[in-house]
Design a protein around this ligand. Structure first.
Ligand code: PEP
Ligand code: MN
Length: 359
């Protein structure tokens, strides 16, 4: 069993130093995670109730929590309530359902603005678009790079939507942070630990796709890499895994949603597009995910999928996406969740206050 010391938001550097020193004196290994709002200090090897009691009494300590799981800060044991992030006034997690939509890859201004406008009108709250595309083949379209990031930022500002884009290289974290609101860590990079450490040093939300063959524990350990660096704004996304099934591109693990929700306080999204690989299957998987309690979906939409540079066969047409949004809203209500439409954001922004220790 290990323990995590949660410092008060008012704790000083001297208080943190005092706790670190005491942990070392006890023969344990301290690990500091300096968040935007609070500092957390892990004490690996801390076993006994006596140790917990001693740490609890130190200056600046709010509480001390024992965690049995290998992932600490990601676990429900550490943080019982659902984490709800505030992303530009949009609440993500808990009972809030958010739909991220847009093209797989940013291919040009006109296309991005057209698709962005349509998905916003249909009710999506966050705009997606890849500028750096990690492709299975080195000869496939690799994305527009920085120019794509510029277009995404412009579209997000014009449409008043937060944006998400994939970052594939630790060296690009700075530039992606300049242009996008959420870092997407792709399935193939889920265990790129240097990349996770780098986005962990930022305070922008990190959306971690589950690896093609990753266990739930491995996936949560990837979240732990980010959390351990002090970035407490993490979202998880199930996107299908590799099985013997040839009818779909991957096999969606719907059960990952309730399993992760039991083990972790972090919001869990589902990507039905990459799991299905075929547009006709996307709505069924999307509704199954919302019915299972997912905090949201990330869906690829294209107005001209036969001309798409990437993932055209799984891109849903805007009209079908609009119908799906209506269905999502109804299924979400059944599980006592509520879909955030882009239009809710300004009203939410007024209501949002930074209540939680994480945001
Ligand atoms: C994507 O979202 O376009 C993507 C490449 O997803 P994944 O990393 O899940 O394959
Ligand atoms: Mn894609």
């Amino acid at each position: 069993m290990d323990t995590v010391v949660v410092m008060r938001s008012t704790a000083t550097n001297t208080d943190v130093g005092g706790v670190v020193e005491r942990i070392s004196e006890l023969g344990l290994t301290p690990n500091i995670s300096r968040g935007e709002f609070r500092t957390l200090i892990g004490a690996a090897g801390g076993k006994s109730p006596a140790i917990i009691q001693q740490l609890e009494q130190l200056q600046g300590v709010d509480r001390v929590i024992a965690v049995t799981q290998p992932y600490k800060l990601a676990s429900r044991e550490f943080h019982e309530a659902d984490t709800i992030l505030d992303i530009k006034g949009i609440r993500v997690g808990g009972p809030h359902v958010n739909i991220i939509a847009g093209p797989c890859a940013i291919e040009g201004r006109e296309m991005l603005f057209e698709i962005g406008g349509l998905v916003k009108e249909a009710g999506a709250s966050i705009l997606r678009g890849g500028a750096f595309k990690p492709r299975s083949s080195p000869y496939s379209y690799q994305g527009m790079g920085k120019e794509g990031l510029e277009l995404l930022k412009e579209a997000g500002e014009k449409l008043e939507m937060p944006t998400i884009t994939e970052v594939t290289d630790p060296r690009d974290v700075g530039i992606v942070a300049e242009y996008a609101d959420i870092f997407q860590i792709g399935a193939r990079n889920m265990q790129n630990f240097n990349l996770l450490l780098e986005v962990g040093k930022s305070h922008k939300p990190v959306f971690i796709k589950r690896g093609l063959a990753a266990s739930i524990t491995e996936w949560l350990m990837s979240a732990e890499y980010v959390l351990s660096q002090g970035n407490h704004r993490v979202i998880l996304c199930e996107r299908g895994m590799r099985t013997f099934n040839e009818e779909t591109r991957f096999t969606l693990d719907v059960s990952a949603v309730p399993v992760v929700q039991e083990r972790s306080h972090l919001p869990v999204f589902v990507d039905p597009s990459h799991a299905a690989g075929k547009r006709d299957l996307v709505p069924a998987l999307a509704l199954a995910a919302i019915g299972a309690g997912a905090a949201g979906l990330i869906i690829e939409v294209h107005s001209c999928p036969d001309k798409a540079m990437c993932d055209g066969p799984q891109a849903v047409l805007p009209a079908r996406f609009a119908k799906l949004m209506d269905q999502v809203k109804r299924v979400a209500e059944i599980v006592d969740h509520r879909v955030t439409r882009w239009g809710d954001a300004p009203a939410q922004r007024r209501r949002v206050e930074n209540g939680g220790w994480m945001s």
